[in-house]
Design a protein around this ligand. Structure first.
Ligand SMILES: [Zn+2]
Length: 126
């Protein structure tokens, strides 16, 4: 399944750059929970915030997902499995006290960065 999530995509890099420019430090492609074989794109270990940047195709973005012309059944099953897996990952992490943030790859990196920063500030106040 790891192959589904391509690493260091353009939107991810843009978000990472922007977070870094704000002085935020994080881990990249990191497993938040040792027992859970799921990798988050950006992880703030101390604040326990895991960020996933979901690709529009693989994760079935409502605005941009278009089923390929061939093997429609195959692809729609695959994408819905990915979405189920995403939900499951979020649940596992939240149960363990993590905050999970999911963004679509098409979202503006600056606004994504702002949302992440807002959550981090709130977490630190707890
Ligand atoms: Zn999209």
């Amino acid at each position: 399944m790891q192959g589904n999530r391509s690493r260091d995509t353009k939107p991810e890099l843009a978000i990472r750059r922007s977070l870094h420019a704000k002085g935020l430090r994080y881990r990249v492609n990191y497993r938040p929970l040792p027992g859970l074989r799921r990798t988050a794109d950006v992880v703030f270990t101390r604040s326990r915030v895991a960020v996933f940047i979901d690709g529009c195709f693989w994760h079935g973005c409502p605005d941009h997902y278009r089923a390929p012309a061939s093997n429609v059944t195959y692809w729609s099953a695959k994408v819905s499995r990915n979405r189920e897996r995403d939900t499951e990952t979020t649940e596992h992490l939240e149960c363990a006290g993590w905050t999970v943030l999911r963004f679509w790859a098409h979202e503006d990196p600056e606004s994504v960065t702002q949302k992440i920063q807002d959550v981090l500030v709130k977490r630190r106040r707890l």
